[in-house]
Structures are given as structure tokens and as C-alpha cells.
Design a binder for this molecule. Structure first.
Ligand SMILES: NC(=O)c1ccc[n+]([C@@H]2O[C@H](COP(=O)([O-])OP(=O)(O)OC[C@H]3O[C@@H](n4cnc5c(N)ncnc54)[C@H](OP(=O)(O)O)[C@@H]3O)[C@@H](O)[C@H]2O)c1
Length: 287
């Protein structure tokens, strides 16, 4: 499933970009393309070793080493995400692009040492922690925030985010997190209004990545069979690159696949978005 990708006519020399989940899959391809377009890209990976390996892999594929920096954090641990946010805020008082992309699709219900369900903290609270800490830097650059979400979304229950009451199910936990990504982006868009900074949300399509590698049994097999019909990570990452870099993107609060706006069924419920935003800030311990 491939279509030719139109080049994005932009020179990002001097632009500073942070990409989470850059060690693999969609984020890796987006980081590569943004570096090729000239941006100074900070790749965020799970560990220092993975960040170094990511830089080596990107350089081997044509990115210039001088334009790459590595950062690391386990994004499933809020303490590490907070420390990462502090380091990035210091190193990037102006940030042109923040791409919150790292995500997981757990194979079992994991409650972290911090008492949070893994998909929720990695896929949602890590995005929120970084956006909360870095939005001033993005405002300073009149820059762009991109959230990687999905049309595989739904099942959000703010009274049972950690699935203590409902039976845990990997698909539902993933869907819940991806619904929240969109609702929270719309809440951030209101906060960024008039600042010159924007936030948009990407759906990369069904992409041949390792996201489902923890799924077991028949479901694991089906996920691997889906590779037959899925698009390449390069193709999936294109919408992130376009949202991050293209002069065609002028607005905020859009949901895009293949560089085209697509509908979001949670767009109009502002009260629910604001309640969720406040709840996440509370979980992050932000006053
Ligand atoms: N693949 C699809 O069909 C699809 C469709 C729609 C949306 N998406 C979204 O696209 C995004 C990227 O996923 P992908 O498909 O590219 O999957 P992937 O190949 O598994 O990449 C996920 C990235 O996130 C990182 N990550 C996960 N948990 C982390 C943690 N606790 N700490 C630090 N880094 C962590 C991974 O690092 P490690 O390698 O160290 O785990 C990896 O770099 C996700 O937000 C996903 O929800 C994917």
C-alpha cells in the first residue's frame, strides 16, 4: 500500500524539533525526514543507549550528525518524564516543533510503581507532561505541537482510567488513550489560541511497526498478519512531518490522515475535554 509522497517544499535549517518515540517506527521515520529537511532534531528514546543507536541509525540513512541530539526517558514513569521536560525546557527555550509520538500497546494490565496504568501514562500523561512543560518554549517560537493519535479510539471512562472496575483489555486501554490524545489536543488548542503556536493531531493509518509486539495468541498472530495490508513507517510518518513542517498547515486543532483533515467525534464536547485536561493536570501534580 504505497503512494508517492509529495516533497514538502521547506528548509528547516535553524528550526529545533523534539520527537518522542524516535527509536522505532513512525517517530523514527519522521525524525529522519525532519533532519533531512534541515531541522536540528532531538530524538527522545527510552534509554541513553537507544538514543545513541537511534542517532547512528539516522546518520547511516542520510541525516547529518550535527543536526541530531539524543535525550532519553522511560515515558511510562512520570518522574523520568518530568526530568526530561525540565532538561528540554532548559535546552530549548525556543522550540519550533514538539512531536509527542511515543506509544505502547500493552499485552497485559500493568500498574506502574507510580500507580498508573501503563497505556494511560505512556500514551497520554507523557504527552501532557511534555506539552505542559514545553508549551512556553513552543509559544516563544510560534511553533507547532503534533500529537500522534489514531482512529482506533474510544472507551474513555474518566472514573476508571486504570481499569480497576472494568475488565482490562489491551485494545480498549489503547483506544482509551488515543481518544484522550485528541480531546486533550483540542483543550490545548484553546489555550494556544492567539499565541501563534498551534497543535494538530496525526493519524498515521495502519502502519507496519512493532507497536503490537506484546500481543500474544491469536490476537498476536492477527496483528502480525495485518502487516500484509499495512503501510510503511515512512508513509505513516509523513503526516507527522507535514504537520510539523509544511507551509500548507496554517491552522490549529485539526485531525489529519494522509495530509487531509478527517472528522473527530469528540471535537464538540468542550466540557468533557476540559474535565479531562484538568484531571490530567491533577495526575501530573500541576497546581
Ligand atoms: N502502527 C500503527 O498502525 C499506528 C496507527 C495509529 C497510531 N499509531 C501511533 O503511532 C505512535 C508510534 O507508534 P509506532 O506504530 O511507530 O510503534 P513502535 O514502532 O512500537 O514505536 C513506538 C515508539 O515509542 C517508544 N516508546 C514506547 N514506550 C516507551 C516508553 N515507556 N518510554 C520511552 N519510549 C517508549 C518506543 O521505544 P521502544 O522501542 O524502546 O519501546 C518506540 O520508539 C504511537 O503513538 C501509536 O499509538 C500507530
Amino acid at each position: 500500500m504505497s503512494r508517492p509522497l509529495q516533497p514538502i517544499p521547506v528548509d528547516l535549517t535553524g528550526k529545533r524539533v523534539v520527537v518522542t518515540g524516535a527509536s522505532a517506527g513512525i517517530g523514527h521515520e519522521a525524525a529522519l525526514e525532519l533532519a533531512r529537511l534541515g531541522a536540528d532534531v532531538t530524538v527522545v528514546a527510552r534509554s541513553a543507549a537507544k538514543a545513541a543507536a537511534t542517532i547512528d541509525a539516522l546518520v547511516a540513512r542520510g541525516a547529518a550528525r550535527v543536526r541530531l541530539a539524543g535525550e532519553h526517558a522511560d515515558l511510562g514513569r512520570l518522574a523520568e518524564v518530568r526530568a526530561l521536560g525540565d532538561r528540554l525546557a532548559t535546552s530549548h527555550p525556543r522550540l519550533d516543533v514538539l512531536i509527542n509520538n511515543a506509544g505502547c500497546y500493552p499485552g497485559q494490565r500493568v500498574i506502574t510503581a507510580e500507580g498508573l496504568e501503563e497505556a494511560w501514562v505512556t500514551n497520554v500523561l507523557a504527552y501532557e507532561a511534555l506539552t505542559t512543560r514545553l508549551h512556553d518554549s513552543v509559544r516563544a517560537a510560534r511553533g507547532r505541537i503534533v500529537y500522534t493519535a489514531s482512529t482506533m479510539a474510544g472507551d474513555l471512562d474518566v472514573d476508571d482510567l486504570d481499569w480497576a472496575r472494568r475488565g482490562w483489555n489491551g485494545i480498549k486501554a489503547y483506544r482509551q488513550s488515543k481518544q484522550a490524545n485528541r480531546m486533550l489536543a483540542w483543550a490545548w488548542a484553546r489555550r494556544l489560541e492567539g499565541s501563534g503556536a498551534t497543535i494538530n493531531v496525526a493519524h498515521p493509518g495502519g502502519v507496519r511497526t512493532n507497536i503490537a509486539h506484546r500481543q500474544r495468541g491469536l490476537w498476536g498472530v492477527l496483528n502480525r498478519l495485518a502487516f500484509l495490508t499495512q503501510r510503511s513507517p515512512r508513509m505513516g510518518g509523513d503526516v507527522l512531518v507535514w504537520l510539523a513542517a509544511s507551509p500548507e498547515v496554517v491552522g490549529s486543532a485539526g485531525f489529519y490522515k494522509d495530509r487531509l483533515a478527517i472528522p473527530c467525534q469528540w471535537r464538540d464536547d468542550v466540557d468533557a475535554q476540559e474535565r479531562l485536561w484538568a484531571l490530567c493536570q491533577q495526575q501530573l501534580g500541576v497546581r
